[in-house]
Design a binder for this molecule. Structure first.
Ligand code: ATP
Ligand code: MG
Length: 408
């Protein structure tokens, strides 16, 4: 009999419909749950779902949501409960516990969600994490900054997308950050780690790393998220056996072992200081967002939406991964406000990069531009790939410089 898989948020955001498709392609019967009406689902998600339950209170009333799901699946054995969207990770664990489905427990999930618990668990396991202190009051934030020292980082214990994250170089900057933190209950105050910023992403099955990926951010996300004119780049690094990334890989393996991660996607961030020391950033029990799974796919001409699903549903991974390319996703932010009125430079990009360009997805002329602080993909992106790392970065910079969107 086909395994039954419950997928929380099968249609949104971003790549979720592709993961839903993956589940059905590996033979699962997919049960989708989300707050919205079925008609709101993208066509790909709808096509690959066998059942759908709309639970308007899914993220606001956990008990009612679990009751509704229990009722809906009565008499059926749910073999897996999946959620690849950060805010639903703990809910998925709670549903597993309610339905008796194997997989990540609520206690485990919490260590992937709460950055203080995460750092405590990792620090205890001997992983190098930034010096850190939790704080729930302004007084505690000031005190923690004193103890941690400057520069420091203040960030929510369950943040995403670098929202509400502040670098403070002095007590005056701590005071300025405090005026903007009123809506956050608990923050982490951390030692600022000066260095380059990478990812280490995996697909695991049965506690074994079946696939891994190294990403590189140019510039560091906090800088990219603070300066509007920058065209942030996420790169996929091909030469994963290089010494440059060896420390990060080893640390990532140590992290997964320390947290007892079993099956599914993970997304880790780590820093490499100029003296070569590696420091751990954070780990999430989900894939990286902002089209990074596309980069993994373009790098090896594979389909990891299905590869992940195979690991999740069958506990195996049979995708042959040959690392042929480095990849880059360059996000663009229009100049000016309002609607996109012109796109310049695409012809130059095509002339310079040729076949290396594998995707162009820009907001069309006439459409309103997005809020660049609220979305990682901003007003569109270009994806390219090349076997040579320096050439990949050179082409990515060319896109950053010569492709321009204008709004007004
Ligand atoms: N201790 C630190 N030292 C230096 N930079 C840091 C530190 N903590 C956070 N940052 C910067 O802030 C960014 C966002 O922080 P973090 O990754 O912890 O939060 P996030 O909001 O979960 O991020 P995202 O969802 O974008 O991955 C990091 O990518 C990094 O650039
Ligand atoms: Mg992060």
């Amino acid at each position: 009999m086909a395994p039954n898989v419950l997928m929380i948020m099968p249609g949104f955001p971003g790549e979720m419909p592709l993961f839903t498709r993956g589940l059905s392609e590996v033979g699962a019967t997919v049960w989708g749950v989300a707050p919205g009406h079925v008609a709101e689902l993208p066509a790909v998600a709808r096509r690959h779902l066998s059942q759908y339950l709309s639970v308007p209170s899914l993220f606001t009333d956990e008990r009612a949501a679990i009751d509704a799901i229990r009722e809906w699946t009565r008499g059926v054995t749910i073999d897996r409960v999946c959620c690849l969207w950060e805010p639903g990770i703990e809910l998925a664990a709670a549903i597993r516990e309610a339905l008796g489905t194997p997989g990540q427990s609520r206690e485990q999930a919490l260590r992937f969600r709460n950055k203080e618990l995460m750092k405590q668990a990792l620090g205890a396991a001997g992983v190098r994490v930034p010096r850190h202190r939790p704080a729930t009051t302004a007084v505690a934030v000031r005190e923690s900054a004193e103890v941690v020292g400057f520069p420091c980082i203040i960030k929510p214990i369950a943040g995403a997308g670098s929202q509400d994250t502040f670098r403070c170089d002095s007590m005056a900057e701590v005071e300025a950050a405090l005026t903007q933190l009123g809506h956050i209950h608990e923050v982490s105050v951390e030692e600022f780690i000066d260095g380059e910023e990478f990812t280490y992403d995996t697909i695991c099955a049965g506690g074994e790393i079946q696939y891994f990926h190294i990403g590189y951010y140019r510039p560091r996300p906090l800088v990219a998220r603070t300066v509007e004119w920058i065209s942030p780049q996420t790169l996929s690094y091909r030469h994963v056996d290089d010494p440059w990334v060896a420390g990060g890989r080893a640390m990532g393996e140590q992290v997964l072992a320390a947290l007892g991660f079993d099956t599914g996607f993970t997304h880790m961030e780590w820093y490499r200081k100029s003296d070569g020391e590696v420091v751990f950033g954070e780990v999430a029990a989900r894939p990286p967002g902002a089209r990074t799974v596309d980069l993994m796919n373009f790098a090896s001409d594979v389909d990891l939406f299905t590869g992940w699903a195979e690991a999740e549903v069958h506990g195996t991974f049979s995708v042959p991964v040959e690392r042929r390319y480095n990849c880059a996703c360059i996000t663009k932010r229009a100049q000016g406000q309002g609607r996109i009125r012109a796109i310049h430079g695409l012809d130059r990009v095509r002339a310079r990069c040729g076949d290396a360009v594998v995707a162009v997805d820009l907001i069309p002329v006439g459409e309103p531009r997005r809020d660049w602080k609220a979305t990682l993909l901003s007003d569109g992106h270009v994806t390219l790939r090349h076997p040579d790392w320096q050439e990949t970065m050179a082409m990515a910079d060319f896109v950053g410089e010569h492709l321009q969107l204008y709004a007004g």
